[in-house]
Design a protein. Structure first.
Length: 313
């Protein structure tokens, strides 16, 4: 068991909140506000005759108000404390373990008697248990169970409450990466992107003079012919030149971003990203081999990595 685990477990049975009296005694106006807000029309809460008809001595407070009678109110919640409380100490210990978020999970009440106007309720709280770390949908966390004991002015127990919260490390939320900008596809280059979706790097070739050209175009720049075909590149080449982009940034890319002009072994050049190499290690003339990036099912693009680098998958 780690030292941290030992310190957490030592809290079992310790007082978390010393006995604290509610600001006001049980009173009819607060009961009225409560039942109106809750839409609870049980007459025993506001009508003495109806309450006596049930065998009670008079009106009673709704059991669900038990916790409300001891709440500190807004002013007490923002007033600077004289010093760290036991609750503050436990909070700091949990934060030390990274359990910085909280959510209430359940509350179980056991009522010993009903409250009546004039009762002045106090509450005290002790730690029942702190669970081992659990994996939850919210993140790794620990369930903190405490027992709150409610007493009347004479010190008699009127209710107990088992209160359980989850203190957790927020699970890291991975934001979906922005979609890669779409290429401008037209009738002259659609064939090239269709081949790329099949992970084939093709080069346009003039049907008349057999010269290769890239980027694709409607006519051969050497002889002017409009007839053409393609050859498939072996994917070998070298870095002809390159730049390292730092700004402006687009959310679809990781930076710094190496953009290189690759001269293929077949003789044509194309612009592509580099992978498997740190920006400082890229060199003009560096031998490269073909790899592919598939940003989405409808798009595949060639990228290159150093010929001696391990292929990224």
């Amino acid at each position: 068991m780690t030292d941290y685990e030992t310190r957490l477990r030592s809290w079992a049975g310790r007082e978390l909140v010393a006995r604290r009296r509610g600001q006001d005694p049980v009173n009819v106006p607060m009961i009225r506000h409560w039942v109106e807000a809750m839409g609870d029309d049980n007459p025993v809460y506001l009508d003495d005759d109806a309450a006596r008809a049930t065998g009670r001595d008079g009106i009673v407070a709704p059991a669900s108000m038990m916790q409300a009678w001891t709440m500190r109110g807004y002013a007490a919640s923002v007033r600077p404390a004289a010093g760290p409380s036991a609750a503050d100490e436990l909070d700091a210990l949990l934060a030390e373990g990274g359990y910085t978020s909280v959510v209430a999970t359940d509350s179980e009440f056991e009522f010993h008697r009903e409250l009546v106007p004039g009762d002045h309720v106090s509450v005290e709280e002790t730690v029942e248990s702190i669970s081992p770390e659990k994996k939850t949908a919210l993140g790794a966390g620990r369930f903190i169970s405490t027992i709150k004991t409610y007493r009347d002015a004479a010190g008699h127990v009127v209710a107990t409450q088992r209160w359980r919260i989850l203190r957790f490390r927020p699970a890291e939320k991975l934001e979906p990466k922005a979609p890669r900008p779409r290429p401008a596809i037209n009738p002259d280059n659609a064939f090239w992107f269709e081949a790329a979706r099949e992970h084939r790097l093709v080069i346009q070739r003039c049907a008349e003079c057999k010269s290769l050209r890239h980027p694709p175009g409607p006519a051969c720049p050497q002889c002017g012919s409009f007839d053409w075909g393609t050859v498939e590149s072996a994917g070998n080449g070298h870095v002809y030149t390159y730049v390292v982009n730092h700004h402006p940034r687009h959310p679809a890319f990781d930076y710094p971003l190496v953009v290189a002009v690759i001269e293929l072994a077949e003789g044509t050049r194309l612009i592509a990203n580099m992978a498997g190499v740190a920006p400082d290690d890229v060199e003009i003339g560096m031998p490269v081999v073909l790899d592919w990036i598939d940003p989405d099912p409808a798009l595949s693009l060639p990228m290159f990595r150093p010929a001696n680098a391990k292929k990224e998958r």
